[in-house]
Design a binder for this molecule. Structure first.
Ligand code: ATP
Ligand code: MG
Ligand code: MG
Ligand code: MG
Length: 439
């Protein structure tokens, strides 16, 4: 992409309304625009990051055996009356009427709808296990939408729903998602810590929130220092091997980790003082086993091996891709701007032509632009006639992992400079060596 033809509305001033660094940087880098309280447009640069984030989520969901579908954003109130949640959900739910005065709602989550799909088609235990997910916009009328896309009213969610014949196999479904989540967040350069979470009125043991430690997080969390150095399972992990999934989950739930609601002072005091980490955190994912909470009232049953009909065991598994973008920035930035981890950067390389119009600069810049793209890199090519200071400031602000800088003197000598955004490290290389260096 040539910057001269791109839409990248960089803000020079720091927006006053933004209280936390990720919100400030997303506005300044031209990634998002607020349209009304808690409602955001993703501008082209922000949309690219959102796509990278959802790509990683999708790959890891698919790898674990979950199957993607797409349900609508608008739902019928009648489904929610069946589960009893229409009255329970309260003011966070946006309720709508159509021209026939039928009650609709903008979905805050999809347990009811996916249970309806399941009960319409699946009859036998032989069709299980099944895990269906989608990546779709949700609406929750948050009391206090704030911090940009960190807590917005309309936000993107990946929500998966598992269906199993008995508790044992639904525990394996839970473990699959647990392991898929560890991999997903690690690929985004994040250390996400699974913490025991409140299961509310449903009870049971099986609920974990995945938390990123950050001083601006809204949750108070307590965990063992060991989590900071634990190794995430590799991509060869076998999602059909229930025993090895269970052992990974056991390893990852052994050290103490809990959010404020689940915090247990006596267990906490048993952790050596030097190993205690009391911090603030951002909830980026939440997994939950809830048994027959929806299948029973909604009549989602299957025939078991013994010929008896039983309500199916379910779990649900959420990740917030739009919130994740903010969380990644909270975890990875400096005073000059964002520092994107490789997998989620909007472009891989920022190619900077310091002097458009100069024959050497244009020749080298255009050549590298073509070669880098041909080699499969996403390149943002700054071919604009602007001041050097502004060019560098923009590149640092938008945080692409690598900058390739083409200046008139170097270009004449057949050399360019590379700057690594994260370390600030610079090196000068012959033009012909760039491709090999960046591969
Ligand atoms: P929170 O405690 O922050 O209100 P939640 O517990 O209500 O979140 P869940 O119902 O567990 O959220 O939804 C799954 C995921 O969706 C969350 O872990 C989070 O990543 C994302 N999410 C929830 N609410 C929002 C929001 N208002 N804006 C952006 N992402 C959100
Ligand atoms: Mg909430
Ligand atoms: Mg929560
Ligand atoms: Mg939650």
């Amino acid at each position: 992409m040539r910057l001269s033809r791109y839409f990248l509305p960089i803000l020079k001033e720091t927006p006053k309304e933004a209280e936390i660094v990720s919100h400030r940087l997303m506005l300044r880098a031209g990634m998002i625009r607020q349209q009304a309280a808690g409602l955001y447009s993703f501008l082209p640069l922000g949309k690219r990051v959102l796509d990278k984030v959802t790509k990683i989520i999708r790959e890891e969901q698919d790898r674990s055996g979950a199957i993607e579908l797409l349900m609508p954003t608008i739902q019928s109130a009648d489904l929610w009356r069946e589960s009893g949640r229409y009255d329970d959900y309260g003011k966070e739910m946006l309720r709508i009427q159509d021209r026939h005065e039928r009650d609709l709602l903008f979905g805050p989550t999809n347990e009811e709808m996916v249970t309806d799909i399941f009960r319409s088609y699946v009859r036998s235990y032989k069709d299980l296990p099944l895990n269906l997910y989608h990546i779709q916009w949700k609406f929750r009328d948050e009391v206090r939408p704030r911090f940009g896309v960190m807590r917005s009213r309309e936000f993107l969610m990946k929500d998966a729903y598992s269906f199993d014949i008995d508790y044992e196999s639904s525990k394996t479904a839970y473990d699959r998602m647990f392991v898929a989540y560890l991999r997903t967040f690690a690929r985004m350069g994040l250390k996400a810590i699974p913490m025991r979470a409140d299961t509310g009125p449903i009870g049971g043991e099986l609920s974990h929130e995945f938390i990123i430690l950050a001083s601006t997080g809204e949750s108070e969390v307590f965990c063992h220092r060991d989590y900071l150095d634990m190794a995430v399972p590799g991509e060869g992990i076998d999602f059909n091997d229930a025993a090895s999934l269970a052992s990974i989950v056991q390893t990852w739930t052994m050290p103490y980790a809990a959010t404020e609601e689940m915090h247990d002072e006596s267990a906490w005091n048993a952790v050596a003082e030097g190993d205690r980490l009391a911090a603030r955190g951002i909830e980026v994912g939440h997994i939950f086993h809830f048994g027959t909470k929806y299948s029973e009232p909604m009549g989602a049953t299957v025939t078991g091996p013994d010929g008896k009909e039983v309500p199916v065991q379910m779990g649900s598994y959420g990740i917030g891709p739009s919130r994740l973008i903010a969380a990644i920035i909270e975890a990875s930035h400096d005073e000059n701007g964002i520092i994107w981890p490789k997998g989620v950067a909007p472009f891989d390389v920022g190619l900077v032509n310091m002097k458009p119009g100069d024959a050497d600069c244009d020749a080298v810049g255009d050549r590298l632009y073509a070669e880098l793209q041909a080699a499969g890199h996403d390149v943002l090519y700054d071919d604009e006639d602007t001041r050097a200071g502004a060019k560098f400031a923009t590149m640092d602000l938008i945080g692409l992992p690598v900058q390739v800088i083409v200046g008139p003197r170097g270009a004449k000598a057949g050399e360019v400079e590379i700057k690594h955004r994260a370390s600030g490290e610079r090196e000068t290389l012959p033009v012909g060596d760039i491709l090999a260096r960046l591969s």
